[in-house]
Design a protein around this ligand. Structure first.
Ligand code: GLA
Length: 396
């Protein structure tokens, strides 16, 4: 049975895996350990690169990086999830000189330099990475890795960059080094998250507000259904959706779809072809749903946001067309089982769905999802609960 049913992943465990791995690889103790969480986006999908609003929270599953100083200018990276160890001189790190998983940490080193870090005057480091964020689940394991490394190097090298800038560093690494045309959502969530809270982020101004969620207090939890349907944002649908949004903004004569409002939609429908119009309608209505979710949470509490989560999923399924049958089934089954609300989360085309559920319903909804997947002949999903947790930090 792949249901875990509980959360409470022990952050200390990831930290010790990073420190112990460091000791084993490099034969000495690290000078420090930093960690950063994966994320769930509660609502606000594909709005980030349209200068819109998002509302994610940090996961209780983290990626930790143990760091040790060196006396030369070499950066060496290793991890618990790959036998590969990569050593490269600071001068030689470029978007083209790194590949594989090490592109994430080394991409961050390169991106820090693009934001003003003077790498000619720092000493190299040894890094060892350990992670409990599932890879390929749409829970931003890559942003967790980038954010942990960015914060570690920022503090170790005394660069003085603030967290919103470190989020841009991670995004640049992802865009230029890894090659995925993604927005600022994932890294912002990983760096700005707080326990029991969501990060309400304006992706245009990068102003953010931490909004208490009070899920546990209200007897609620978030169930994640990892469908194990693979997605890759460096190729395919994600970039196509981004291009449609840009095309829609151009045709409507605005800088970005952030500048289109609900009452502009009738005019937009007259100007755009049907497909582009539906892409635009998703972004415009999704931005409004983020604002409504934050307001509803503040005024009426988490039980009242369900319809907004459900509407967000319908919009992604029907207008933005980024869902897949497995995600739709997870959402429909959770809704039928009494979830407050449910939606796919992240970039789409696979990955995970989330359901906001009464704690007492977790076992029944988990069983129902597993049974529905089996009946449909889908691969067995992994179902687990998550707790909104603190963003990137130094742990030791
Ligand atoms: C992925 C990207 C984010 C964002 C989401 C969709 O997670 O990395 O930048 O665009 O998809 O909301």
């Amino acid at each position: 049975m792949s249901s875990e049913g509980t959360s409470g992943h022990d952050a200390d465990h990831t930290d010790s895996a990073a420190s112990d791995g460091f000791l084993q690889r490099y034969g000495r103790r690290p000078a420090g350990v930093w960690s950063a969480p994966g994320r769930v986006n509660l609502i606000g999908e594909h709005t980030d690169y349209n200068d819109g609003f998002v509302f994610p929270f940090g996961l209780d599953r983290r990626t930790a990086v143990a760091l040790g100083d060196r006396h030369d200018q070499v950066v060496r990276v290793s991890s618990g999830f790959s036998p590969d160890e990569v050593s490269i001189h600071l001068d030689e790190i470029t978007p083209d000189s790194v590949a594989g998983w090490s592109a994430y940490p080394l991409g961050v080193v390169w991106a820090l330099a693009q934001f003003g870090a003077d790498l000619a005057h720092v000493r190299g480091v040894d890094l060892h990475i350990a992670s409990e964020v599932p890879v390929g689940a749409g829970l931003s394991s890559s942003a967790a890795l980038e954010s942990a490394v960015a914060l570690a190097l920022n503090e170790h090298w005394g660069l003085g960059l603030d967290r919103p800038t470190l989020a841009k560093v991670g995004q640049l690494a992802e865009n230029r080094v890894v090659g995925a045309p993604t927005g600022i959502l994932d890294q912002s969530a990983s760096l700005l998250a707080q326990a029991d809270a969501g990060v309400f982020l304006d992706c245009r101004s990068l102003d953010s507000d931490v909004i208490p969620l009070h899920f546990a207090e209200e007897g609620l939890t978030v169930l994640v259904v990892d469908t194990h349907v693979a997605h890759a944002h460096a190729t395919g649908g994600y970039a196509a959706r981004r291009a449609s949004c840009e095309q829609g903004a151009r045709a409507l004569g605005v800088e970005s779809l952030r500048d289109v409002h609900l009452d502009d939609l009738p005019r937009a429908e007259g100007v755009l072809d049907d497909e582009t119009f539906r892409r635009v309608r998703h972004i415009v209505t999704e931005n409004q749903r983020v604002l409504d979710t934050v307001r509803t949470l503040r005024e009426r509490g988490a039980h009242a946001i369900g319809a907004l989560l459900d509407a967000s999923h319908a919009s992604m399924r029907d207008d933005f067309e980024i869902s897949v049958p497995e995600l739709d089934l997870a959402v429909a089954t959770a809704q039928a089982g009494g979830a407050v609300g449910a939606r796919m989360t992240g970039g789409g085309f696979g990955g995970s769905a989330i359901a906001l559920v009464d704690v007492a319903l977790v076992p029944a909804i988990t069983e129902a999802v597993l049974a529905a997947f089996a009946a449909a002949g889908h691969r067995t999903p992994t179902v687990f609960t998550v707790t909104p947790s603190q963003g990137a930090r130094r742990d030791g």
